[in-house]
Design a protein around this ligand. Structure first.
Ligand code: ADP
Ligand code: ZN
Length: 626
């Protein structure tokens, strides 16, 4: 069976149905192949199936609904919570020749009627809508008159109260299932925990949806974590080798955002502040500059980032400890979405920890939620304190086992000084066992320190042989020992039983003296500092290719500026690098270049070829080249 597919320029092509997704991947998006599970997801949805897609940031979720929407007859409705995010997607898709519109509160009246007319006339492949608009009667009436290819729910974790992005409007999305039966629905998120996943299934009525769970590893992102000693100096040493690249520096407070941005500026580094307290106009100007200019640093509170799809953020630095491992992973995940190498740096101090704990304690959340928040903060701390691979520790928290150390984190690159913690670990674990695996960290430390508390007396724990055997260490050291045991999988936290600690088989091995365990000595060594300062090679180009690459970037900057678009919407660095290497002289030679779809070749192919020719005939532009 074959489908006649109209391209953006009105041509009609006969394509067999099974080949359609690959054909669109190549002709529209200019990409040679699918990544990970994209192909199975897309085929499943094209055939009308529902899907829940869990993929890390930058994993390529968008294609999972964009391609099925183009393949299937009718328009794909995409629910997206953030206007900035929608706008970015629309810019990118328009450049690819996809027929796309948005409906949100930022549109003018005439833009809105244009979008509505296009929907009515069946002239859209994709329509992005804000969730609050979705259930409005006039919008639903419009949809009733249209043919719907699919419904995609982006950032689907917003339906769950579990995370911090809960949006009540998301709860209504389930009603679409009733109103449009038979239309496939895809829910997508980068939040991986089980609770969120279950909430998505239940609250969006996706009972029969197939679950696609990708690995959450981001191999191109390098993790580095250091104790905070002289934050400004540490930051500048990190930034030095990365000047000219786009990056985000996160701070906890508005005040430190302002001070850090000013401090960087004073050191001659171009940096702009961003936080919720800034005047709206300044804030959006700074955000816009970050998106459109190259090599700008944005110093921000976490108010910045959600809804930012900039693919070429090359580094993310945290000057303060994030609130949880989840938050840390999400914030660092904003680096390197384009798949090219990117680096992160987290500076943490004990003061941050005290502050974060106080923030949890003083919040209005129910006790149960506070306990979970404390555990999530502890998980992050455990990753800070680990003496082994950071990535292994992070992924383990998300339930993924990574067999070998990654080779791309600071502890892998510059092994740390450690102390033999086997005896301390045995004491800690024996406290866990002797108290019947029913208690949390606080009480277990009381047992080790021989504390005189009500709880100790009530359970007669002063009679245990473990009572008071840990007086050689302070409470914070024991806290760290327990966190390390959790990170290394020797102990697990039972969240269904009030955070009680339990031994695992790994723990059993250590307790019986079959394995030893090492703990990190926290000092920033010279080798570690050097490893963090050095950046990974972004794009490997010979000298002459690099010159052409620079010329192509200049052309891209011109094309972007004249259309008031971010440079990456025109071409990614990867595309330009491939052009610099291939040196195409004809439009057909552009076809194998990643990112060069039919529309891009039509629009910009000649610009690119002109640059290549000018580069190769330096007579025309002076003899300074080569
Ligand atoms: P997510 O929404 O999961 O964070 P995106 O859909 O924005 O990720 O994709 C991230 C980047 O990866 C984009 O620049 C996109 O063009 C690129 N990408 C996605 N799929 C592929 C693929 N199959 N081949 C090459 N690049 C891809
Ligand atoms: Zn590692």
């Amino acid at each position: 069976m074959a489908t006649t597919k109209a391209t953006a320029h009105g041509r009609h092509i006969q394509v067999p149905n099974t080949a359609l997704p690959s054909f669109i991947l190549k002709s529209v998006f200019g990409l040679p192949g699918f990544r990970g599970e994209q192909q199975s997801i897309i085929e499943h949805v094209v055939e009308g199936g529902d899907a829940i897609v869990l993929m890390p940031t930058g994993g390529g979720k968008s294609l999972c609904y964009q391609i099925p929407a183009i393949c299937r007859p009718g328009v794909g409705i995409v629910v997206s919570p953030l206007i900035a995010l929608m706008r970015n997607q629309v810019d990118i898709l328009r450049q690819l020749g996809v027929r796309v519109a948005t409906l949100n509160s930022s549109l003018t009246g005439s833009e809105r009627s244009k979008a509505k007319a296009a929907l009515r006339d069946g002239k859209l492949d994709l329509l992005y809508v804000a969730p609050e608009r979705l259930m409005m009667p006039d919008f639903l009436d419009m949809l009733d008159g249209a043919q719907i290819a699919l419904i995609a729910i982006d950032e689907a974790h917003c339906v769950s109260q579990w995370g911090h992005d809960f949006r009540p409007e998301y709860l209504q999305i389930a009603e679409l299932a009733v109103r449009f039966p038979g239309v496939p629905r895809v829910a997508l998120t980068a939040t991986a925990d089980r609770q969120t996943r279950e909430d998505i299934r239940r609250r969006l009525k996706l009972d029969a949806a197939r679950l696609f769970l990708a690995s959450f590893d981001r191999p191109n992102i390098r993790y580095a974590i250091m104790p905070k000693t002289e934050p400004r100096r540490q930051l500048i040493s990190f930034l030095k080798s990365r000047l000219g690249e786009s990056g985000i520096v996160y701070c906890l407070s508005r005040k430190s955002v302002e001070e850090t941005a000013a401090g960087l500026k004073a050191s001659g580094i171009r940096a702009l502040p961003y936080h919720a307290g800034l005047d709206g106009a300044i804030r959006s100007r700074n955000q816009d500059a970050f998106l459109k200019e190259e090599g700008l640093i944005l110093v921000a509170t976490i108010a910045f980032g959600m809804g930012i799809d900039k693919p070429d953020v090359r580094f993310v630095a945290h000057l303060d400890l994030p609130g949880s491992l989840e938050a840390y992973y999400q914030e660092t995940g904003r680096a390197g979405r384009d798949g090219l190498p990117a680096e992160t740096l987290l500076l943490y101090g004990m003061q941050d920890l005290v502050l974060r704990r106080a923030m949890i304690d003083q919040s209005n959340s129910p006790t149960e939620i506070k306990r979970i928040e404390r555990a999530k903060l502890d998980a992050l701390l455990g990753v800070c304190e680990t003496s082994s691979c950071r990535r292994q520790a992070i992924l383990a928290h998300f339930g993924e086992v990574m067999a070998e150390p990654c080779g791309n984190c600071d502890t892998c690159l510059a092994p740390v000084a450690t102390w033999d913690g086997t005896i301390a670990a045995q004491k800690a674990m024996s406290a866990v066992l002797r108290t019947g695996e029913r208690f949390g960290v606080g009480h277990l430390i009381d047992v080790l320190l021989g504390a005189n508390t009500d709880k100790i007396r009530r359970f007669r724990h002063e009679r245990l042989p473990t009572f008071g055997v840990g007086k050689e260490f302070s409470r914070p050291v024991w806290g760290s020992v327990f966190r390390q045991l959790i990170v290394q999988g020797a102990i697990e936290v039972d969240h269904d039983h009030f955070g009680a600690l339990k031994l695992t088989s790994v723990g059993g091995q250590i307790l019986r003296g079959k394995t030893t365990i090492a703990f990190r000595r926290d000092q920033a060594t010279r080798t570690a500092t050097a490893a963090v300062a050095k950046k990974a090679e972004r794009i490997e180009l010979g000298k002459s290719d690099a010159q052409l690459f620079a010329m192509l970037k200049a052309e891209r900057a011109y094309l972007a500026k004249t259309q008031n678009l971010p440079a990456y919407v025109i071409f990614t660095d990867e595309t330009l690098a491939a052009i610099a290497k291939a040196r195409p002289h004809s439009l057909s030679e552009l076809e194998p270049i990643p990112g060069m779809g039919t529309t891009k070749i039509e629009r910009y192919g000649m610009n690119v070829i002109d640059v290549v020719m000018a580069f190769e005939q330096p007579d025309d532009i002076g003899d300074s080249m080569e």
